[in-house]
Structures are given as C-alpha cells and as structure tokens.
Design a protein around this ligand. Structure first.
Ligand SMILES: Cc1ncc(COP(=O)(O)O)c(C=O)c1O
Length: 381
C-alpha cells in the first residue's frame, strides 16, 4: 500500500497504539476516584499534560484535552466568543479555513456576531495588512489556520500575532494548528497565540484525541458542563489512555520533524518536477511558504473521483480535496479563493506525505499517475 492521504489522517505509530493499550488495560481507573487505582490514572494524566506542555513550550495548566481538531476549534471560538462578547461581536477569519471554523462562524453569526472572511492571494496566503485594516473597535477574535489542509500554504502566524499585540491587544488570537503541528516549528508564546488547536490523528496518534492550548489567564465559556473535569472546561471522565498516547505521538512526530524534514523536501521536489512534466497538469501548492508534505495539483479534463478510484486499483491512496468535503462534491474553497477556475479546481488532487514515505513509493506513484492519465484519456476519446 502507498498511502498518500496523511492530511486526512495518519496511520498510528505502533508504539502509540501499544501505550494506549497498556494504559487502557492496566491503568483503567477514573482519575477522580479517591483510591489508588484512580490516583495512578490521575498521575498518568498529569504526566501526559506536562509532557505536551513541555513539547509546546507552555505551562501544564494551559493544556486541555479534547476529542480532536473539530472540538478544539468549536471550544476555542464559541468559548471565547461567549466569554468575551463584552469586548465586541466582530470576528476576523479567512475564506480558506476548515469547516470546523467556518460552520462555527455561521453559528456565531446566528447569535449576532459579525464575521469578516478575508480572501487569500494566488499562493493561498492571507495578507497581514488586510487583517490589520479589518480590525475594528468591536473585534474580539482573529482566527487563522497555520497550515492550509488543502494546499499546504503556511500563514504568517508570528507576524499576525505581533501585529495584533501592537494594534489591539484585547483581541484574542486563535490558531488552528491541526495541519501545522509536527510539520514546522511553532512558538506559541513568541507568536502571541492565545488559543491553539491540535488533533492527534494528524500526527500518528489516535482518533478522538486532541489538545487545546488556552493561554493562562483567559476564561472561556465551557462547551461541556458536568462533573468539572479539565478544570471545569471539559466535563466528562478523562480519556487517560488517549492523553498518554497523544503525548507519545507528539514527541515522536516532533522528532521526525527535526530529523526527517530534509528527506521530505526531496520527495516534494521529485513530485513537483515529475508532475510539471506531465501534460495539462497545474500545481496549486505554492513553491515557497508551504510545507513539503502537501502537494495539490489538477490534471485538466480528468474527473477527480474517477482518478482517485483508478489509482486505488494499484493500492495507491490519495485524495481529491480535503477529506471532509471530498464526498460532498463541493469545489475546494481554498482553490476558489486563490482564483483557480472552477473546472480546474474540480479536477484537483492532494498528495499528502508522511515522514516515512520513500522515493521508491513516489516513483511508483508518478508512473501509475501517468499510466492512469493515458488510460483515462483513451477511454474518453
Ligand atoms: C485544518 C484542520 N482543522 C481542523 C480539522 C478537524 O480535525 P479533527 O478531524 O480532529 O476533528 C482538520 C481535519 O482535517 C483540519 O485539516
């Protein structure tokens, strides 16, 4: 199998599954229980929180466990919007965010918030000046993704954070870091980030696990009310095995980021050069300011869905656009915002790599892509 859909989800590291299994079976206590079995679970949860805090360079009381990126984004935005509505009901974001941001914005709009959606340029980048000039007296939140899930463009997060700090420090800065973490360095404090979402299954952890960083001193309105776990922010018996396995996955992925990034740059270059040589191929992922993991391209005149299934016959797995929208047949909003024509966007594909993909796999993929194009063009004649 050649799996090239790692922005949709990753295969868990075997050690991560092992640590989940060990904790789930041997340390199954409820961290709130008074007895020693509960105490052991609580200790593991605290350790996992501290490990993640250390890896992210923050304090452990700034780490909150969630069920993943969607919950983290919902919690950050709804929790901050409600708690800080006294500062104003205007929120700034971009046209290219994940649905777990856009759909929340729609809900907030129903609650009387005004949302500014900023476009991106032809490279998928939002302009810092556009954010600056959109900030109003009643702006309370700016939410911008670090890395775009469809084309891999990297938004200037640190620059945006310092601009907000200078211009209107009361504005909260949320970053959807789901596609950025483990791919490129991030310094939450230096970048003046107040809220930061990550999801374990995007870095070889397990689905249903995530983390929301909430800067110390902020008070959000909780999404889930109940027994008061996670310092009253997320009630419900804690998923200790999930938290421990997330800490492990994050450490392993950050090691990969450190030691295997150059190899990925090589694979990306090979892919780009090979795709560029193919007839009627357009590469959408920008050459600069984008991560090497994602390469988004169109093959003109080829129906994306047919192509994905044709490659599957060779045991090669890539995707049409983001996983969530790939079944709904909607045109990529990222490509549309970049000014890509609808028919071109409709025939777009995303290859998303992981650190252990090999050049051999990429060479096979390129060969099979070429064969499939030839075959499809023949069928269409
Ligand atoms: C940028 C981005 N944010 C949020 C999410 C949602 O994460 P999860 O699948 O953990 O809910 C995704 C998932 O694809 C994503 O790519």
């Amino acid at each position: 199998m050649i799996y090239l859909d790692n922005s949709a989800t990753t295969k868990p590291f075997p050690d991560v599954v092992k640590s989940y299994s060990t904790v789930a079976t041997e340390f199954f206590g409820n961290p709130s229980s008074l007895h020693s079995i509960g105490g052991q679970a609580e200790k593991l949860l605290t350790q996992a929180r501290t490990q993640i805090a250390d890896l992210l360079g923050v304090k452990n009381n700034e780490i909150y466990f969630t069920s993943g990126g969607t919950e983290g984004n919902n919690f950050a935005l709804k929790g901050a919007a409600k708690a800080y509505q006294g500062r104003g009901k205007h929120i700034i974001t971009t046209e290219v965010e994940h649905d777990s941001i856009h759909k929340v914005m729609e809900q907030l709009q129903e609650d009387g918030f005004t949302i500014t959606y900023l476009p991106v340029d032809k490279n998928g980048l939002v302009s810092v000046e556009a954010i600056t000039s959109s900030i109003r007296k009643d702006t309370s939140i700016v939410s911008i993704m670090h890395v775009n899930n469809e084309i891999g463009s990297i938004q200037p997060i640190a620059e945006i954070g310092s601009m907000i700090k200078r211009q209107k420090p009361s504005v909260l800065f949320h970053v959807d870091g789901v596609q950025g973490i483990g791919k490129l360095p991030i310094e939450l404090k230096k970048a003046n980030i107040d809220l930061y979402t990550i999801s374990a299954h995007k870095f070889h952890g397990l689905k249903g696990n995530g983390v929301l960083y909430i800067r110390e001193g902020l008070m959000l309105s909780p999404l889930l009310a109940g027994g008061g776990q996670e310092r009253n922010y997320r009630s419900g018996t804690e998923n200790v095995a999930g938290a421990v396995s997330t800490a492990k996955a994050l450490r392993m992925q950050l090691d990969n980021q450190l030691y295997k990034k150059d190899k990925l740059v090589e694979l990306n270059r090979y892919l780009r050069e090979s795709l560029a040589q193919m007839e009627d191929t357009v590469i959408h992922s920008p050459l600069e300011k984008s991560i090497p993991h994602i390469i988004n391209f169109s093959i003109l005149g080829v129906k994306a869905e047919v192509f994905v299934h044709a490659l599957e016959k060779y045991n090669i797995y890539l995707s049409t656009t983001s996983a969530c929208s790939s079944k709904s047949n909607t045109v990529s909003k990222t490509l549309t915002s970049m000014g890509v024509a609808k028919d071109v966007a409709e025939s777009s594909f995303r290859i998303s790599l992981h650190y252990d993909n090999t050049l051999e796999e990429i060479k096979i993929t390129i060969d099979k892509i070429a064969d499939t194009i030839k075959w499809l063009r023949g069928v269409m004649k």
